[in-house]
Write a protein that binds this ligand. Sequence first.
Ligand SMILES: [Zn+2]
Length: 395
Amino acid sequence: MPLARRSLDKLEAHIRTCLESVGAQRMSLPCLTASSLWEKTGRLGDIGPELMKFEDRHGKKYLLAPTHEEALADLLADVGPLSYKQLPLLLYQISNKYRDEHRPKHGLLRSREFVMCDVYGAHSHVHDAAHVYQRVSTCYNQLFTRLGLNVHRVAAPSGDMGGSVSHEWQLPASAGEDTLSVCPQCQHSALEPSDTCAQCGGSTTVVNSIEVGHTFILGTKYSEPLDAHYTPSSGPTQPIVMSCYGIGITRLLAASLEALSSEKSLRWPKLIAPYTVCIIGPKEGSKEWQSHGWESICGLHDDIASATAHKGDIIIDDRHNMTIGKRLMMADRMGYPYIIVCGRSTQESPPQYEVYTSGDPSTTSVMMLTKEQLIQYINTHKHEEITNIKTTSAI
Ligand SMILES: [Zn+2]
């Protein structure tokens, strides 16, 4: 619905900025994929039941892709062979993916149709792949830090994807179906439940968590059967070494709400809240409404919009037939980072506004500020980020 759509748009924009900072280029691959490509790599049989499969009117078999390693390798074969000088290549797309989940549940956490950002690397050697893998991993760490999410990168089995190196990106949350053992001493985390930290020998804490991303060095599992080759500086053509990096965007949105919210109130990573500022005017017909009605509310909106970075990111709760208290309660439940209330103190000279900032649900605090002060407050807090202490283990 509209608010979550806004939040998804913001999340996608942050992911795009992050990926383009490491040289990834956006592209689009079709959701509709010929099953024959998946037959060639052996995955049609390996993950068969999870695939949404069907036939066209001529009896040709297709599937709605849950991931695009085959489609990308087929594309590289089609335009190739690339020269080694054209590598490495980093391509990404943001699109709907499909998986015939056995048990879809928890809304966007596990659904049959979801939005994913998938990045594919094409490299001439495994050590080139490892270099790019490290850069993209660093970029993912920065993204999660900026969002204020304590995401752990943990070594993972490669499973059906194949390849040599793989990490899951896990966000601790009680609704999670995975378990993570986290070491409070050295921050090392692992997927296998264990009482003792493999790195420092300290005792670990076991928490539920949600997988929000998965990254792989794939090797030539897809390029070999699909003939995606490159021409080296000398000698015959070689299969391209591939890597891939996926972030489940809709799942990340749902997971961050799971991780940050309470039973009563939603809390978003500040950067992706549907609106950063919510303005609540007086109740229609009240004394405050006489002096601080619709015109003043719009004036306040316009002044904040022009003096901060939040133009287009401010919502006025214009249900002025409802009391301030009721709308404030609803705004707090929605979790807008700044809630500005035009209450009794707007009668003062100069008018004072109640500014509520939502952090941790238990610590919502209120300040009385003039218009100039509240604009200054929003501006000085715009770069405020929750910083997590995280470690990235070497490949
Ligand atoms: Zn440790």
